[in-house]
Design a protein around this ligand. Structure first.
Ligand SMILES: [Zn+2]
Length: 335
């Protein structure tokens, strides 16, 4: 339907895994496909395999956790070297005592901050469960705790070492205090996620039948790796419908699995997608928005050279069938 009229905005889909790009530029309508995927009947939506889901997330987060811990340890080693340097246990030639101390503090700071970013990334791939309060607190606040461990002892030593040159002590104490504050703030996750949030999001997406696969091959259970999601550079949510009214005018749309969306800190579902079951073409929807969304459906067929977008288009057409009309007939067979 609606192949005439104002053409939709030209959109670029970027697959975050392969880096492949597909253009959403409008083209003449495709011939109807012989096999149009349909939405699974009520009650047959795939269940989420939570054990596999948690195992996948844990495995994906692990490299980031390992790198984070190594960087943190190296940062604390720099602090220990700095303390021993103040005490005179270690001597280094070439630079002044003050210069050496600043070098150790800066190295400590850089290592701790990069480590904390890695840790936060791991937490957004595999967030801790809220069920265990102590573990949740420890995992969420680890960056702040490490910042304190990496700077508080050397600040204590600096302030209490009477042999140290007064000017060196003042300058280095100030640098260490600023570093502690900055590293502490950089370790704070202002939008922490929980395992329960992610589990609910995956279950909700699976319920909407958005596995990106036709029903004939749809598995009984899915994980967030099986669900296709879309997001934009500045949008804070993920979308299940590539033609959602919220992103239909976005020039660049990133596509990946729902797990990729979580890792990109897009862990909340778009309200339009959630309300409309993945399709915003609803009889109750705003008339103008519904018309626009319906129009943009015609461009779905033209981006199907990209596997993930093609898979998504089958989903989108399936959802549209349920919601309003027979757009599914115009959708090219998914790859
Ligand atoms: Zn949406």
């Amino acid at each position: 339907m609606a192949s005439a009229g104002k053409p939709p905005v030209e959109r670029k889909f970027v697959d975050v895994r392969s880096g492949k790009q597909a253009s959403g530029q409008p083209a003449p309508a495709q011939a109807p496909a012989a096999q149009s995927p349909t939405r699974p009947p009520e009650g047959s939506a795939p269940a989420v395999d939570l054990d596999a889901e948690h195992a996948n997330r844990k495995a994906a987060a692990k490299p980031f956790r390992i790198v984070a811990v190594i960087l943190w340890i190296l940062g604390i080693v720099c602090e220990i070297v700095g303390i021993n340097f103040i005490n005179g246990n270690i001597y280094f030639p070439r630079f002044s005592q003050q210069t050496w101390l600043i070098i150790w503090l800066v190295l400590d700071f850089v290592l701790v901050v990069i480590g904390s970013q890695m840790w936060k990334r791991a937490n957004h791939i595999n967030p801790p469960s809220e069920a265990n309060k102590a573990e949740y607190w420890l995992q969420t606040e680890a960056g702040v705790i490490v910042a304190i461990i990496a700077f508080a002892p050397i600040i204590f030593v600096l302030l209490n070492d009477k042999k140290l040159d007064k000017k060196t002590r003042q300058i280095c104490s100030i640098i260490a205090c600023v570093a502690l504050a900055a590293a502490g703030i950089s370790g704070v996750d202002f939008h922490p996620a929980t395992q329960e949030d992610y589990d609910a999001a995956v279950q909700s997406a699976a319920q909407l039948g958005s596995t990106g696969q036709s029903t004939t091959t749809a598995p009984a259970t899915v994980t967030s790796n099986d669900i296709t999601a879309y997001w934009t550079t500045f949008g804070r949510v993920y979308h299940l419908n590539p033609n959602c009214q919220a992103i239909k005018n976005s020039a660049t749309i990133y596509s990946g699995s729902l797990a990729d969306a979580f890792a990109a800190k897009r862990s909340r579902e778009c309200e339009f997608c959630a309300r409309a079951g993945g399709s915003d073409v609803l009889p109750t929807a705003d008339k103008v928005a519904a018309d626009l969304a319906a129009k943009s459906d015609s461009s779905v067929t033209n981006v199907s050279n990209d596997a993930s977008v093609a898979a998504a288009s089958s989903y989108a057409s399936a959802a549209t069938t349920t919601a309003a009309t027979t757009t599914a007939a115009t959708t090219k067979k998914a790859a």
